[in-house]
Design a protein around this ligand. Sequence first.
Ligand SMILES: NC(=O)c1ccc[n+]([C@@H]2O[C@H](COP(=O)([O-])OP(=O)(O)OC[C@H]3O[C@@H](n4cnc5c(N)ncnc54)[C@H](OP(=O)(O)O)[C@@H]3O)[C@@H](O)[C@H]2O)c1
Length: 346
Amino acid sequence: MTDDKLILVTGATGKTARGAIGLLLERGHRVRAMVHRDDERSRALAEAGAEVIQADFLDLDGVAAAAQGVDSAYFCYPIRPGLIEATATFAQAATEAGVGSVVNMSQISARREAGSNAARQHWLAERLLDRTDLLTTHLRPTFFAEWLTSWWELRGGEGRLRLPFGEGRHAPIAAADQSRVIAALLADPKPHAGATYTLHGPLEMDHHQIAAAMAATLGIPVRYEPISVEEFTAAMTRRGLPSTSSSTSPTSPSTTRTASSQARTTSPRGSADSARCRSSNSSSTTSRHSTPAAPTSSRHRRNQRRRSRHATPPCRLRSAAAPIPCFGTKKPPITASTVGHTPGAR
Ligand SMILES: NC(=O)c1ccc[n+]([C@@H]2O[C@H](COP(=O)([O-])OP(=O)(O)OC[C@H]3O[C@@H](n4cnc5c(N)ncnc54)[C@H](OP(=O)(O)O)[C@@H]3O)[C@@H](O)[C@H]2O)c1
C-alpha cells in the first residue's frame, strides 16, 4: 500500500518515534523524519525509506520547513527544559503549513496542579496546542519500561535497580508499544481528535514487585534499592545526562498522582475500544480546563466541543514529605488495537 499523505515524525531518533516510523514505512506511508543531528541513527532512518530533515525544535524556520506539506505530525520533545517554547514554535510552524492533525507526547502526571515542573509544563503544552486549530490527540504515558533496562546494574551475579521511586506503583509501558499507538493514530488521526489517552502496561506494581518479575524472567536475584532524588541526580551527572532537577525529570517523584476519578469514556471507535481505552474525562471539570472563549473558526469550535468531552480531571496534590504516590492506574491499559492496529500484523 502506498499513501499520498505525508506524516511528520519529530524526535525521530528517539525511543517512541523510531518505532512509529518503522511501522508507518512498513505500511506504505510517506514519512518525514525530523532529526536533531546527522548521525548513524538519522542515516538508518533514511535507509529505511524516511525523508530525513534536520531541524532544531527551537528554530521556527527549521520546524516550518519540516512541516511543509504535512498531513499529520507526531510532536515529541525530549525530557529537557524548553518544552513550552518548542510547543509554541511547533504549533506556529504547523499552523502556517496547514498541518491537519497532531499527536502530542505528554505525561501521565500532566496536571494544572502538578508539583513537578515537567508535568505542569506538559499540561501547559497540551493547553497551548488545544488553543490552535490543529486537531490534537494527547498521549500521557506512565514511566517507560526502558527505565528498568537503562538503570539496571549487574554486580556479582545479582541485578540491582537503583531508582528514586520509593514505594510508588505503576504499570510500565515499553516505548515499542507506544510506537504502535502513535503509528496508528498518525495514520488515521481524525477519529481521535480532542482525545487524551493514558498509556500504561497491564499490571501495576511497585519496584520490589517489578524486580521480582525481572528475577523470575532472568533466573538471577534482582533487588530494588530505592535511592534519593539527590543520589539519582548524581548518577545522571556521572553518565553525562542533563540534571534531573524537578524541571526536567519525567513524571517526577515529587509529582501528583493519577486522578482516581478518571472516567471510562466511549472511544471514537465504539464500545470494543472503550473497554481498553482511557480518556482523561470529567464533565465536572470541563469548564475549568477547557480553552477560554476566543477565536473563531469552525474547526476551532469543533475542537472545543471535542475537548469538552476530554477535559483533564482534577488531581490531588501530595505533600513533598509523603511517600511517592501511585502514578499509574489500576484500570486496563490502552492497547495497540484500541487505535486500529492489530498486534502481530506488522
Ligand atoms: N521516559 C519516560 O518514562 C517518560 C514517561 C512519560 C512521558 N515521557 C515523555 O516522552 C518524551 C520523550 O519521548 P522519547 O523517550 O520517545 O524521546 P527520546 O528518546 O528522549 O528522544 C528525543 C528525541 O528528540 C531529539 N531532540 C533533542 N533535542 C532536540 C532539539 N532541540 N531539536 C530537535 N530534536 C531534538 C533527540 O535527538 P538527539 O538524541 O540527537 O538529541 C531525540 O531524537 C518526553 O516528552 C517525556 O516527557 C517520558
